[in-house]
Structures are given as structure tokens and as C-alpha cells.
Design a protein around this ligand. Structure first.
Ligand code: EPU
Length: 419
């Protein structure tokens, strides 16, 4: 297993290009299953999760090929509507094939994902929605078996805003008979991006980006050709990196409106963040002000930025409170940050952070994707050397992060093959 070794304390300078969005790419790969023929995705990030998803599509019988950042998916040959445990356990987002497979083939067998490092993460709302659309669902030996002659449009009111739940049901509803209305739908930009692609395919979706989405079902869909939007969480991670004292960077390619809550909180902490024609410019500050955050579904502060923002607060001039409301166990990075000298206490779903003048380098271990990103950020800020172990987590969601940071002047290298 590789590790990332960081010599901290160097201000970041220059420009960094944000890659295509992981959490848009995965549902869009699933959407390709809805239509026979070849779909083309551009600006696809080179990430482990994308490789796992294309492996799943091939398992289902699709043909895929990759040329740089362009992925071709021919879903004409799909003949095995089954997502096996071996692939689903590597990546929960595999469950996104459930809606499209059921809608196009009338049946799907998908392994239940089980819990993960950040919470239990059930998929009950995905299943309840499909049942409301007429699917017969049973659970057998760890698998969801779903069947339907043809899905029927329904009114579905989500108890909780669920990002991939909204995407799964939106995809299923495109080929259903009649109109589906999703109430309390997730409003994330990736949901809107998926709706854009589905509409390119011939679907009739309105309201994506609001919490009521209407889908008028259609008999068939066409393949698509689409370039994926930039990754707002990768962008947000670089914005936090640019907060180090003396840093001055431009984060290129992402839309500032996708990062409203993050930019607003960075501004409150005294960091200078400014959208420019070339990208979002961030200039670091000697000591950020303490700022409280509470994570929430979009447009609230993203849970996927909580760990990274906590690193900034570890270096603030006072005490801040971070409350995690989306996942029940997303403070796994705290004990690693404490090993680097951070003063943090966790009380239930909140963490109290007392800012320090400095963090000190240490060997730390990543437990999930965003936690690993936070440890890399902490390493950039810390004195001496930090080694982030188990970087396979970061490879799931950040394209060549060490190269991008290196171009910004950071002293970061990947060391292959260590524990
Ligand atoms: N939930 C249920 N039942 C369901 C679905 C969700 O109780 O049927 C709960 C979850 O347990 C959680 C909350 O609802 O407490 C919200 O979960 P959601 O379904 O929105 O999360 P997700 O769709 O599984 C996506 C992203 C995550 C991101 C969350 C929240 C993808 C592939 N994943 O997960 O991304 O944290 O939305 O924004 O889009 C990441 O990229 O690091 C990552 C974890």
C-alpha cells in the first residue's frame, strides 16, 4: 500500500485545475445502462471508484473502453442484471445500478452494501421508492432482488434527503409508465447534472436542483455524449489548502455557486476568497478566525468538506464547534489529527476544536476518503514530516493529488508499496 509523505509549512502558489466530479461520474455511468448503444462520457476523472464502476458495468455485460479522460460505454450487450458483493463492498455507489437495471430489464439483483467507516448508510429509502413504483422487492442472502413488469409513476416523499436515493429513483422513473414526483428530493449539483444527461437521453425531467422533481416516463432512451462538471469537493479541498499562511492560489474549473456555503465559511474565518475570471482565488491568512459549522444536505455545508474544514479550525485563533448531522460516525479523522497535536474533543455529533499555533508532523492513517484528504491538508500545514498511510482511500476520489499539490509548490511525494 502506498503512502503520501509531506514536508509541511510551505505556502502554496500557482494554479490548480479541478478534475471531473466523482459523484457526478458514478451515477452517469449507471445512467448509460438505461439505453442500448454507445454513450460517451468526457472529463472523467481517473479514480479508483470510476475503475470499480466500469468493472461493474463490464460484469453486467456492457462493453467499456477508456481513452484518457473519455469513457465509452456500450450498454447494448448488458445481459446479467446483477451487482455482486465483491464489487459493491468496494464501493457503495454500485447500488446506483439498481434503478436503471430494474427500469430497463424488469429485474435486478444487487448486493446490499452493508455499513461503512462513516455510518450505517442503509438504502431503505431507495427500496421504498421502488416499491411505490410497483417493484416487488425481496432480500435473499445479502442481496436485494427487485422485479417489475414495468415500473409505474408514483408520488414519493423522502423522509430524509438522500443523494444517491434521489438519483436511483430519478433514473428508474425515466422509463416508468406515467409521472413520478420526488418530494424532499436531494438538491445537490450532481443530481442536477444527472437530470441534464437523462434529458439529453430523451427523458422528461423538470425541477432537478429543487426539492421537488417531476419525471414523465418514456418508452425508451438514447445514449448520450456529455462532459462531466468539475468536482466541487476536490475544489473545496484545494481552497482549504490555499488557506495556509502566505499561500495564494487559483482553483480553476469549478463553479463558485456550487461552493456557496464553503466560500461563505472561509470568508467568515478571515480568508480572502474571491471568484475571478480564471477561477476561485484564495489567499491564506496567518491565523484564521474560529467559525462554527453544521453539515447539511446541499445547499448547506457539505459533510464531504467537514474533515478538511476541521483542519483549518485546528489552526484558528479560538474555539469552534463542528456539528455533523448527515452521517453518524464521521469524526474518524479526529484521533489522527490529535496525534498531530490538535486539541479536539468530541461530544456526540459535535466536535469542539481549540485552535493551536501549529500542528506537528506524524505518521497518520486514513479511514475514509475525506478523512484522508484532511490528513494531507494537516500535513501541509504541520511542521516537519507527515506520512499519511492507507492512501488507497484518497485514490478513490482525488485524481493525482500529490502531483497537483507538487505543482503548487508543496513538498509531497508518494512512496509505493509501504504499509
Ligand atoms: N439514508 C437512509 N436511508 C437511505 C438513504 C440514506 O437512512 O435509504 C441516510 C444515510 O444513512 C445518511 C443520510 O441519509 O445518514 C444521507 O445519505 P445520502 O443517501 O444522501 O448519501 P449517499 O447518497 O449514500 C452521497 C455521496 C457521499 C456524500 C453523501 C452526502 C455519492 C456516490 N456519494 O452518498 O459522498 O457524503 O451523498 O452528501 O454521491 C464521498 O464522496 O466521500 C461521499 C461519501
Amino acid at each position: 500500500m502506498d503512502k503520501i509523505v509531506i514536508e509541511g509549512g510551505k505556502p502554496l502558489k500557482g494554479e490548480v485545475q479541478v478534475s471531473g466530479a466523482k459523484n457526478a461520474a458514478l451515477p452517469i455511468l449507471a445512467a448509460a445502462l438505461l439505453a442500448p448503444g454507445e454513450s460517451i462520457m468526457r472529463n472523467v476523472p481517473d479514480l479508483q471508484d470510476v475503475r470499480t464502476f466500469t468493472a461493474l458495468l463490464r460484469f453486467l455485460g456492457a462493453r467499456t473502453s477508456v481513452e484518457g479522460s473519455v469513457v465509452h460505454i456500450d450498454a447494448s450487450t448488458v445481459n446479467r442484471p446483477e451487482a455482486p458483493y465483491e464489487l459493491v463492498k468496494q464501493m457503495r455507489a454500485s447500488v446506483l445500478v439498481l434503478g436503471p437495471l430494474l427500469a430497463r430489464f424488469g429485474k435486478a439483483k444487487v448486493s446490499l452494501p452493508g455499513g461503512c467507516a462513516i455510518g450505517a448508510r442503509p438504502i431503505n429509502l431507495h427500496l421504498k421508492g421502488l416499491e411505490a413504483m410497483g417493484a416487488r422487492i425481496s432480500l435473499e442472502r445479502g442481496y436485494v432482488i427487485a422485479e417489475a413488469d414495468r415500473l409505474k409513476g408514483a408520488e414519493i416523499n423522502f423522509d430524509i434527503s438522500t443523494h444517491t436515493g434521489t438519483e436511483n429513483l430519478m433514473m428508474a422513473a425515466t422509463l416508468a409508465k406515467g409521472r413520478t414526483v420526488l418530494i424532499n428530493a436531494a438538491r445537490e449539483p450532481e443530481v442536477e447534472e444527472l437530470a441534464r444527461i437523462l434529458n439529453k437521453m430523451g427523458a422528461r425531467i423538470s425541477g432537478a436542483g429543487t426539492n421537488i422533481i417531476e419525471i414523465e416516463g418514456t418508452d425508451d432512451l438514447e445514449p448520450f455524449d456529455h462532459a462531466i462538471m468539475a468536482d466541487r469537493i476536490e475544489a473545496g479541498t484545494f481552497l482549504v489548502a490555499g488557506c495556509l499562511p502566505g499561500s495564494d492560489i487559483i482553483v480553476k474549473g469549478c463553479l463558485p455557486e456550487h461552493l456557496g456555503s464553503v466560500i461563505s465559511k472561509l470568508g467568515q474565518s478571515g480568508v480572502d476568497v474571491e471568484p475571478t475570471a480564471r477561477g476561485i482565488r484564495v489567499r491564506g491568512t496567518e491565523r484564521p478566525e474560529p467559525v462554527d459549522i453544521t453539515t447539511a444536505p446541499y445547499p448547506g455545508f457539505p459533510t464531504d468538506m467537514q474533515a478538511q474544514f476541521m483542519v483549518l479550525m485546528c489552526l484558528s485563533s479560538g474555539q469552534s464547534l463542528i456539528t455533523e448531522t448527515v452521517f453518524e460516525n464521521r469524526f474518524m479523522h479526529v484521533s489522527e489529527l490529535q496525534r498531530m497535536g490538535a486539541d479536539i474533543s468530541v461530544r456526540g455529533r459535535s466536535a469542539i476544536i481549540r485552535g493551536q499555533e501549529r500542528l506537528c508532523g506524524a505518521q497518520v492513517m486514513a479511514t475514509d476518503l475525506r478523512a484522508s484528504a484532511s490528513l494531507v491538508l494537516a500535513g501541509l500545514a504541520a511542521e516537519n514530516t507527515t506520512e499519511v498511510l492507507r492512501v488507497y482511500h484518497i485514490d478513490r476520489g482525488y485524481e493525482r493529488i500529490e502531483e497537483k499539490l507538487g505543482k503548487l509548490g508543496c513538498r509531497v511525494k508518494r512512496v509505493a508499496g509501504s504499509a
